[in-house]
Structure formats: C-alpha cells, structure tokens
Design a binder for this molecule. Structure first.
Ligand code: HEC
Ligand code: HEC
Ligand code: HEC
Ligand code: HEC
Ligand code: HEC
Ligand code: HEC
Length: 364
C-alpha cells in the first residue's frame, strides 16, 4: 500500500513522461523552461534516477531493516532519541543537526530512528545528486581533542561512532591524583572512529611502555574505513542480505555458539589467501582468541586492584570516588576504549595491543 501511495505521489508530480515505452501515455506537466536556447529538464527526469522499478531502493531498505541501527532498539523516540545529550546520535533529526557541528541539541518532537534521510540529502535537488551525504566532505572534528580524521565515505559513520569526552580529562604530565566519580567512566559506546584514527591524540591515552604506537594496515590503508569492511557487497550463507551493504554488518551470529559468520568480500583485496566466509571467519576467530587472552590480563589486573567491580564496571560513584594516579586512570580509560570498540582489537590490532600492553605495564 505504501509503495502504491508513493507511486501515485510521483505520478501526480508528473511521472508519466515515457522514457522507453513504445506507446505514448498522457502528456505530463511541462518541464523547466530552456535557457539561452538549451532545453530545460523534464519534471520527472530527476525522480526516476532513483524511483525506477529495479527495486534498488527496496534492496537498500531491506538491508537497512536488518542493521543493528534498526534492530538494536536504542534509536528513535521510544529510546535515547528523545533525550538531550543522546539525541544527536540516537535520532535522525538529532544527527542532521550534529553534522552541522551543533551538539547537545534538544530532541525533536518526534525523534525518528536513522533512515535514508539521515545520512543522504534525500529530496533536496530531486536528482541522483541527493545520494550525497549530509556530513561535509573532509568530515567533522572529533568531540575529543578536536582532532579531524578524514575517513572518506565513513565520515558519515564516525560522527556517531566516536568517543565522547570523559570526565575527568587526564593530564599525564601531572603527578596529581585524579578523582573518578562515575561507574561509566570511559569513552562510552562506539569509539570505533577514534580507534581507526589511531596514533596521536585522537582518543586513548598513549602511556609509555615496551610497545610503540603504530597503526595497523586496517587503519592506515582501508581508505573508506568502516565502509570498506562493513558495507562490502556480501551475502550470508543463505544468500540473504544480512551481511554487507546497508545492513552495515561485517559479521552476524555469535562466537559463543559457533554461529558467527564474517563477510569476506571487504577483506579479499588484501587477505587474498581467503576466498570464502568460512576461511576469514576462522582467521578472525583465532586472532580474537589471542587478543582476548591479552585483554583479559588487563581486566584481571584492574579487578585485582579494585578498580573494576565483578560485573566489569568502574568501581566509582559520586559518593565514593576512585582517587588514583593519572597513569592508573588512563589504564582504566584504555581498557574501556578497547572494550567499547567491540572488535576485540581487530580494527587496529597493532595500536590496540600497544594500548593494552603498556597499560598493563603501568599498573604492574
Ligand atoms: C536521490 C534519489 C531520489 C530522488 C532523485 C527522488 N527520490 Fe523520492 N525518495 C527517495 C528515497 C530514498 C525515499 C525514502 C524511501 C524510504 O524511506 O523507504 C523517497 C521517498 C519518496 C516518497 C515517499 C514519501 C516520502 O517522502 O518518504 C515520494 C512520494 C517520493 N519519494 C517522490 C519523489 C519525487 C516526486 C521525486 C522527483 C521530483 C523524487 N522522489 C526524487 C529517493 C529519491
Ligand atoms: C546517527 C548516528 C549513527 C550513524 C550515522 C551510524 N551509526 Fe552505527 N550505530 C549507531 C547507534 C546508536 C547504534 C546502536 C543501535 C542500537 O543498539 O539500537 C549503532 C550500531 C551499529 C552497528 C551494530 C553494532 C552491534 O553491536 O550490533 C554497526 C555494525 C554500526 N552501527 C556500523 C555503522 C556504520 C558502518 C555506519 C556508517 C555507514 C554507521 N554505523 C553509521 C549510530 C550511528
Ligand atoms: C557521539 C554519538 C553518541 C552520543 C552523543 C550518544 N551515543 Fe549512545 N551510542 C552511540 C553509538 C555509535 C552506539 C553504538 C555503539 C556500538 O554498537 O559499538 C551507541 C550505543 C548506545 C547504547 C547501546 C549499547 C549496547 O551495548 O548495546 C546505549 C544504551 C547508549 N548508546 C546510550 C546512550 C545515552 C544514554 C546517551 C546520552 C547520555 C548516548 N548514548 C549518547 C553514539 C552515541
Ligand atoms: C548510516 C548512514 C546511511 C543510511 C541511513 C543510508 N545510507 Fe545509503 N549509503 C551510505 C553510505 C556510507 C554509502 C556509500 C557506500 C559505499 O561507498 O560503498 C551509501 C550509498 C548508497 C547508495 C549508492 C549511492 C550512489 O552514489 O550510487 C544508494 C542508492 C543508497 N545508499 C540508498 C540508501 C537508501 C534507499 C537508504 C534508506 C533505506 C539509505 N541509503 C540509508 C550510508 C547510509
Ligand atoms: C578492516 C576491516 C574493518 C574496518 C575498517 C572497520 N571494521 Fe568494524 N569490525 C570488523 C570486524 C572483522 C569486526 C568483527 C569482529 C568480530 O566478529 O569479533 C568488526 C566489529 C565491529 C563492531 C561490533 C559489532 C559487530 O558488527 O561485530 C562495530 C560496532 C564496528 N565494527 C563498527 C565499525 C565502525 C564504525 C568502523 C569505522 C570507524 C569500523 N567498524 C571499521 C572489521 C572492520
Ligand atoms: C587494506 C588491506 C586490508 C583489508 C581491506 C583488510 N585487512 Fe586485515 N589485515 C591487513 C594486514 C596487512 C594485516 C596484518 C598487519 C597489520 O596489522 O597491519 C591484517 C591483519 C588482520 C587480522 C589480524 C588481527 C590481529 O589481531 O593480529 C585479522 C583478524 C584481519 N586482518 C581480518 C580482516 C577482516 C575480517 C577484513 C575484512 C572485513 C580485513 N582484515 C580487511 C590488511 C587488510
């Protein structure tokens, strides 16, 4: 029914100018006037660059519908979309203000979950140019330290997938203790943009230690960052659209019950020793196991020191703050940064391993 209405709306705007049919339909409304002897464009020539019947938009919509953005339940009016401080990344309207550089906006009356209009400039020129992104070319500076990291088409993603400023900010050059007052101390959810930006003051605290801070190839050579791996064309074993494209899923299923499946298509240009999802999934599983063993050492150390509770949150509140050295606070931050990145270091393995290793050394 919705599609029929859409069609009728387009129809009424003059869609009946026949492009390839042999029989002429009724005449549509006139197009633009010509200028200086050059013909104007027909009123529908723009619309049909997108509203064709090849189902391309339906495919993108179907992919988007299975993306974590839609299925996770944390977006839009019934969730954090209606909260100030959260709506910027948890609603469509909030994001459209955030990409202009305006943060902490009031929620819209009816905050929507992210949709086609969120990232793309739909219905501004009514031509295919409207697939352009809302985020300006070159990207926005991160909230943390104002660092800009140009990740091409993925700039659209990293407006949301970035660290938020954690209080207190730590000055590693100072020897004064810092006071942590929140059990949620850290970069909060989704610091992937900063993790990929890597070396420099793009997010985490680069404690000195035995490992140097260098970026892995994933961070320095995948020119469209998130898009390269998470939006590569791809199909799961069932041939469905839950992997790749607008599903944004680089992998689906769970590691716990062995049902995890990684989409190889964004990887094979470099990892050409793997040709199918099974091969790359096994490779990721093995790297993950190694990385988790390292990560767990840091978790254990922080728990032994009483900095983390048994459930993994920071052992601090406004009533009972955690008062510790800047290095120790930075180690907690780095732990949270790697954890919230959610890739178990695979986004930027060399950099993440240096963060964890050097944080462990700072605590020992
Ligand atoms: C850049 C591609 C593009 C062009 C060009 C375009 N549209 Fe759309 N249109 C979209 C997308 C994307 C949607 C949203 C689809 C969805 O949410 O499922 C949409 C939705 C619609 C809808 C449904 C109601 C709505 O607003 O969501 C109508 C009606 C519509 N378009 C008419 C037109 C007309 C008429 C033109 C030309 C004057 C046009 N469109 C040009 C991409 C385009
Ligand atoms: C408007 C802000 C916003 C934009 C833009 C955005 N994301 Fe997200 N993303 C989120 C939020 C919020 C969630 C969590 C949604 C939930 O749990 O309901 C999420 C979830 C995800 C997930 C699922 C995580 C999981 O644990 O299952 C992936 C993968 C992801 N995003 C990748 C991307 C990629 C790739 C892009 C760019 C093409 C992108 N996102 C653009 C805000 C955004
Ligand atoms: C700068 C953008 C941004 C802001 C602001 C933001 N979030 Fe999010 N949030 C995200 C992204 C991105 C994700 C998805 C992260 C992922 O899956 O790795 C997310 C995910 C979440 C999740 C789901 C976590 C999970 O593990 O499934 C919760 C809960 C959440 N945010 C709460 C909030 C609250 C509450 C606020 C406001 C106080 C807020 N967020 C503000 C970007 C943001
Ligand atoms: C989270 C942000 C985001 C949302 C929401 C989103 N897209 Fe996209 N879209 C992208 C990115 C990023 C690309 C570029 C992918 C690439 O470079 O391979 C893209 C590319 C496209 C393209 C190819 C554009 C071209 O220039 O040829 C189409 C078509 C498209 N999207 C349609 C849609 C439709 C339809 C919806 C709504 C169902 C939608 N998108 C929602 C981020 C988004
Ligand atoms: C080099 C490829 C690559 C790049 C680039 C990349 N990712 Fe990932 N990402 C992965 C892999 C592989 C996993 C899954 C690891 C696993 O299954 O344990 C993952 C996991 C995630 C997750 C956890 C949820 C999930 O799907 O498992 C989120 C959220 C995410 N990435 C977002 C992003 C964002 C946002 C960017 C861009 C800033 C990005 N990724 C860049 C490969 C990549
Ligand atoms: C631009 C090339 C490139 C792309 C694209 C790429 N990788 Fe990699 N990847 C590398 C290189 C090179 C290394 C090893 C050296 C390094 O870390 O820089 C690596 C390392 C890895 C590792 C080892 C991680 C660790 O902790 O040691 C895993 C797992 C991995 N890649 C998975 C993937 C997956 C999955 C994809 C696709 C979703 C992917 N890569 C896409 C080049 C790439």
């Amino acid at each position: 029914m919705k599609r029929l209405l859409n069609f009728l709306a387009i129809f009424s705007l003059g869609a009946m100018i026949c492009i390839s049919c042999t029989k002429e339909g009724p005449q549509g409304p006139p197009g633009e006037d010509g200028i200086d002897g050059i013909d104007g464009t027909s009123g529908t020539a723009g619309c049909i660059q997108c509203h064709t019947n090849n189902e391309n938009m339906q495919i993108k919509s179907a992919e988007w519908a299975v993306s974590g953005h839609v299925t996770g339940g944390h977006m839009g009016g019934s969730s954090y979309g209606s909260r100030e401080g959260c709506t910027d990344c948890h609603s469509s309207q909030g994001y459209q203000l955030a990409v202009t550089g305006s943060w902490d906006n009031s929620p819209a009356d009816k905050p929507l979950s992210a949709n086609c209009y969120t990232c793309h400039q739909i219905h501004e020129t009514y031509t295919a140019d409207d697939w352009a992104f809302r985020v300006p070319d070159g990207g926005l500076p991160f909230l943390v330290n104002d660092v800009t990291s140009d990740q091409a088409n993925a700039n659209t993603c990293i407006v949301c997938h970035q660290s938020r400023v954690a209080e207190p900010e730590i000055d590693l050059a100072s020897s004064d203790n810092v006071s942590i007052t929140s059990s949620r101390y850290g970069p909060h959810h989704g610091p992937q943009g900063n993790m990929i930006a890597g070396v420099g003051n793009s997010g985490a605290y680069e404690l000195t230690g035995s490992m140097n801070y260098v970026n892995s190839t994933h961070a320095s050579s995948t020119s469209t960052s998130c898009v390269t791996c998470h939006m590569a064309s791809g199909a799961g074993s069932g041939g469905n659209y839950e992997l790749g494209g607008h599903s944004n899923n680089v992998a689906v299923g769970s590691w716990d019950d062995d049902s995890r499946e990684v989409n190889v298509n964004g990887c094979i240009t470099c990892h050409n020793e793997y040709s199918d999802n099974d091969g790359i999934t096994a490779f990721v599983a093995s790297a993950r196991a190694t990385n988790m063993a390292l990560f767990d050492q840091l978790a254990q150390k922080l728990t032994d020191l009483g900095y983390l509770t048994g459930s993994g949150s920071v052992n601090a509140s406004s009533g009972t703050p955690l008062v510790i050295s800047p290095e120790h606070a930075a180690a907690i931050y780095n732990y949270q940064f790697v954890k919230e990145d959610q890739s178990m270091m695979i986004h930027n393995p060399k950099y993440a391993k240096a963060l964890i290793t050097n944080s462990l050394e700072a605590l020992n």
